[in-house]
Design a protein around this ligand. Structure first.
Ligand code: 13P
Ligand code: SF4
Length: 331
């Protein structure tokens, strides 16, 4: 009987058996393991509240890449999605980079398969390639510059006006940037399913209830949402805007995880998530990939140092070039 219980405990801890073990205080254990192993926990604003609470650093894609580039920790635990952890690994090929759930992917990254993109690139040999960080290492290796929604404008403005550009993979961000910069970048037809899930019809109804609210949106959202938004920016841009605004009420069109940080910073303001087309549990837009990471998986990955991210060395050498260019321009 003792052996059976020990075996069950072992399997449960390793995630093979889904029996809750209330004896484990995941939060406490994660904090202990982090210290013991000199690990840094980086978390994106779309992570569940409990993870954001214990992270060493919470940020947008750019800030997280910058943190990954300068960390002195031996292990990087990335509470985000695969392309983020992969970027951290490219920046730190000799360090262990852990992702609590390897299946935490990204619909936008998936919308740009490397073979197809490589063909597309070959058809436009006079173009240089700027890619949004939400893409695979293979796509980064085919790029001249990487950017995030925080620095895309700056990166594009640093390129000579007469140089034709392919922008991938997000068609919404690309179209927005074309409008902002007055360029005609050739756009790859990719999108994020979370940012394309907002319902204009429901938004209009919500506006009727809250005519004093200001709509703010992430640039991965569709053009009709961006057209009516009063402010457009990355997750950190949205947070800065709400923090600095005199307005008291906001409708926020991005992944709902951002509300945790926004409410912490602005307890006196009313923050309403923009409504999604499909009715789901929170009536807002949640990224199923971002929400795959849980405290239990975080604990297990720190304990067993698995799953860790591997990137082929040759691929790393190619992919680091456009990432480093982005970091140099973003200083
Ligand atoms: P930012 O945090 O850089 O705005 O990116 C949002 C996003 O979609 C991450 O997947
Ligand atoms: Fe990818 Fe969209 Fe999820 Fe961000 S919110 S990780 S872009 S699917």
């Amino acid at each position: 009987m003792e052996n059976l219980n020990a075996a069950k405990k072992n399997l449960t801890e390793r995630g093979f058996l889904d029996i809750e073990t209330p004896a484990i205080n995941y939060r406490e254990e994660i904090l202990k393991l982090k210290k013991k192993k000199n690990a840094v926990l980086l978390a994106h604003y779309y992570q569940i509240d409990e993870i954001q609470e214990i992270a060493d650093f919470v940020g947008d894609s750019l800030a997280l890449a910058q943190q990954a580039a300068k960390t002195a920790a031996d292990i990087i635990v990335f509470a985000g999605v695969h392309f983020m952890a992969e970027t951290a690994k490219i920046l730190n090929p000799s360090k262990k980079v852990l992702l609590p759930d390897l299946l935490a992917g990204c619909s936008l990254a998936d919308s740009c398969p490397p073979e197809k993109f490589s063909e597309f690139k070959k058809q436009h040999p006079d173009h240089i390639v700027v890619t949004y960080i939400n893409c695979s290492a293979e796509i980064k290796a085919l790029s001249d510059y990487v950017c995030t929604s925080s620095n895309a404008r700056k990166i594009i403005d640093s390129i000579s006006k007469d140089q034709p550009i392919i922008f991938a993979p997000d068609r919404n961000l690309g179209a927005y940037l074309n409008k902002e910069t007055g360029r005609e970048m050739l756009l790859w037809d990719g999108a994020c399913m979370v940012h394309e899930a907002f319902s204009m019809e429901k938004l209009i109804d919500l506006y009727k209830e809250h005519p004093d609210a200001e709509l703010i949106a992430h640039p991965e959202s569709e053009a009709h949402m961006l057209k009516v938004a009063k402010y457009i920016g990355s997750t950190s841009g949205l947070l800065n805007h709400v923090r600095n605004s005199k307005k008291k009420k906001f409708i926020v069109a991005t992944e709902a995880g951002i509300l945790y940080q926004m409410l912490q910073e602005n307890p006196d303001k009313e923050i309403i998530p923009a409504p999604a087309k499909e009715d789901n549990t929170c009536a807002c837009s949640e990224c199923a990939y971002m929400k795959m990471n849980t405290l239990k998986k975080l604990y297990l990955c720190l304990k067993y140092e698995l799953p860790d991210i591997e990137v082929d060395a040759t691929l790393c050498e190619k992919a680091i070039i456009p990432i480093q260019r982005m970091l140099d321009i973003s200083i």
